[in-house]
Design a protein around this ligand. Structure first.
Ligand SMILES: [Fe+2]
Length: 676
């Protein structure tokens, strides 16, 4: 599968118990099931020759779990990443970082790190018997050596890079005798005309890469490799998701690999200097995540944030990039705002510009962002929580989702490819063996609004609501555990939402805000299309048309309280609109319907396209679309303008404007409800 982004690969050995052998992964889920742990990215493979040991070590440095290497033999002992696993963008230049702890100098030069080209060593790093550090070439010839010696019985850090080439190879080595310092005690840079084998460095080894001297003991930690530059000290923040905004705060969920005690700095400027506040320090949980709930903020204000880590015995330092989130307008306030909404990120769609819509979405900087699913088409069917988490981490890290989740996230409505569909694209249903693990994993990673299921623990669905000004957003979750199988006969006993969520929806529709916006991932309008076969239809609302009709009837019955309503969904691979009348004529209720998709997909051979007033799918070609929706509240009316935004061409391909009267006297005449 295509990979867009090579994140910093990092193994921090956080999850193991003292003395346990450091694991690797392999097999059918290679590259996914290695994730989802507090370690960070488990090595692709671990080699432990006879007589050697590589174990978790909590005894050597208080507050840190290290990786202890003990040699009683002379064989290799190392953990590695390679291009068959997570080292997906193997490049000729790779940067490395690791901390080491040596109780005494080795009796002979000992490898601690190496990079290889198709099994041939390009260069390695050794600790010499006098305590200096060298980089050697494939023949074992020393290229550079420090004059500074390593501190014994203390943690220290080395970083550097290796450029692989037969003619213009180069290495650089930095020794940090103060383990978290940004300033190297010594830097050694080679000439740029060396023979360092040549070709992409497609395997990186941490430990005794090819051979060891018997009788040695040392520790390594924070083993990392990057294709983009120096990694530096401290935690590698693999992801920071800022979302779930309220009028007084938001939630930041991060994975700071190698972080130990982290608080969150919050400010009103990207430089983090104005109106600074902090959220108290937390330690990463079982899966390596930190959760900071920011409170006490002003409404409808953009905030910026960054993690601060305090390694054991060290000063506090910034970790990772700056994130941002905007708080909601106070409930009931008259406030206009912009919403960005879309779904569908397919990493197989490379050109043009795979990230065009993602980048455009971030640059547009909407006040509120909602993603309606198909996060990465990974179809995670794992029945355990770590692997479900690992699947989402894989999509975030390798499919280029990290910038949008950090800078332009808000609320998330899962769709079939995030939650229910198997790898073959079949069984688009929700009562699957992996649904429960998926529900828990998504709550671990993604901030949520106020969940609608207040009666079950764990919750049966992630339906949730929030209020921005005088607009109530009601996000449905059809990927719940209460849903009837899609193939069941469509009658009163068949449910999409389940009784708890349905009752919640009805209560939400009667809340006091004059405009309700229902959000659902899958297509709302239309009827069964038998020619498609059963499976693609199982997740659509028309496979549950008895319940859909009941919802519409409930809207009619409660219209005087509900007042105005519209619906936004993704799923249909195009941008599309239906007027209230068009919706009513297609069994959808007297409400405008807007479809916003896909951000990175081909335009689909759309299902039931005739149910829309107009749509655009680029004739089935590549689409980099999202919905730009503006809500203009002038006190008397809330005007919603939907634009089906084509980010490739910077043009709205579909537009619809609907005016919703706020005052009861302006309610639509009941005669408009005819035909439902
Ligand atoms: Fe999709």
């Amino acid at each position: 599968m295509a990979i867009d982004t090579q994140p910093v690969l990092v193994e921090c050995f956080a999850a193991g118990s003292n003395g346990a052998t450091v694991p690797a992964t392999s097999g059918a889920n290679f590259g996914i099931s290695s994730l989802g742990t507090a370690d960070g990215m488990l090595f692709d493979a671990v080699t432990i020759s006879a007589g050697q040991a590589m174990t978790y070590d909590t005894a050597t440095v208080p507050g840190l779990t290290l990786c202890k290497i003990v040699t009683t033999g002379t064989g290799s002992v190392f953990g590695m990443y390679d291009s068959a696993g997570l080292l997906t963008n193997a490049a000729a230049t790779q940067w490395f970082r690791l901390w080491l702890y040596w109780p005494s100098n080795p009796s002979a030069a000992q490898q601690v790190h190496a990079m290889l080209v198709s099994g041939t060593r390009a260069a390695d790093v050794v600790i010499n018997s006098n305590g200096t550090v060298s980089v050697r070439n494939a023949a074992g010839t020393v290229i550079v050596t420090t004059t500074t010696t390593i501190p014994l019985g203390a943690l220290f850090r080395i970083e550097g890079y290796i450029t692989s080439s037969a003619t213009v190879g180069q290495v650089e080595l930095k020794l940090y005798t103060s383990p978290w310092s940004a300033t190297a005690a010594e830097t050694q840079t080679s000439a740029a005309n060396l023979n360092t084998t040549g070709g992409a460095l497609n395997q990186v080894r941490f430990g005794a890469a090819t051979a060891a001297t018997a009788g040695l003991t040392w520790d390594q930690w924070g083993c990392a490799v990057s294709v983009s530059g120096y990694i530096g000290p401290g935690a590698v923040v693999q992801q920071m998701i800022c979302g779930g905004p309220a009028s007084s705060g938001f939630t930041v969920i991060s994975k700071p690999v190698g972080g130990t005690s982290l608080r969150l700095k919050v400010a009103t400027d990207a430089g983090l200097t104005q109106n600074v506040t902090f959220v108290s320090a937390v330690t990463p949980d079982t899966y390596g995540y930190t959760r900071h709930v920011v409170t006490g903020l002003n409404p409808f204000t953009r905030y910026y944030c960054q993690l601060l880590d305090t390694p054991p015995g060290q000063s506090e330092m910034a970790a990772g990039s700056v994130g941002t989130c905007k708080t909601l307008a106070a409930a009931g306030s008259i406030q206009s705002f912009a919403l960005a909404v879309a779904s569908c990120i397919n990493n197989a769609d490379e050109t043009p510009g795979p990230d065009t819509a993602l980048n455009d979405w971030i640059a547009w900087g909407a006040d509120l962002n909602v993603f309606t699913g198909d996060y990465g088409y990974q179809n995670p069917t794992f029945t355990d929580q770590p692997d479900q988490i690992g699947a989402f981490e894989y999509m975030t890290w390798f499919y280029g989702m990290e910038p949008i989740t950090r800078q332009a996230w808000g609320f998330y409505c899962r769709s079939n490819h995030d939650s229910t569909t198997t790898a073959g694209g079949v069984n688009d249903d929700s009562d699957n063996t992996w649904t429960a693990a998926n529900l828990v994993a998504v709550q671990e990673i993604f901030p949520q609004g106020t969940l609608g299921d207040q009666s079950n623990s764990p919750v049966h669905s992630l339906c949730q609501s929030w209020v921005q000004g005088r607009v109530r957003f009601i996000l449905l979750d059809i990927r719940n555990v209460d849903r009837s199988p899609g193939a069941n006969t469509d009658n009163g006993s068949k449910t999409m939402l389940g009784a708890t969520q349905l009752a919640w929806l009805y209560s939400q529709l009667q809340m006091p805000e004059p405009l309700k916006v229902i959000i659902t991932d899958t297509q709302w309008l239309g009827t069964t299309v038998p020619s498609l076969g059963a499976d693609p239809e199982l997740g659509k609302w028309w496979s549950y048309q008895t319940e859909r009709a009941a919802i519409v009837s409930q809207m009619i019955a409660s219209w005087s309280k509900m007042r105005n309503v519209c619906l936004i969904h993704g799923d249909f691979h195009g941008v599309a609109v239906a007027t209230a009348a068009q919706s009513a004529a297609n069994a959808g209720g007297q409400m405008p319907v807007y479809c916003a998709a896909p951000m990175r997909q081909t335009g689909a051979a759309t299902i039931n396209p005739g149910t829309f007033t107009s749509y655009y799918n680029n004739s089935g070609g590549e689409c980099r679309f999202y919905g730009r929706v503006t809500f203009t509240d002038n006190g008397s009316n809330i005007t919603v303008q939907y634009q089906g935004w084509d980010a490739t061409n910077s043009v709205a391909q579909v537009t619809q404007t609907d005016v919703f009267p706020v005052n009861a006297g302006n309610l639509p005449a009941r005669g408009l409800m005819g035909g439902m």
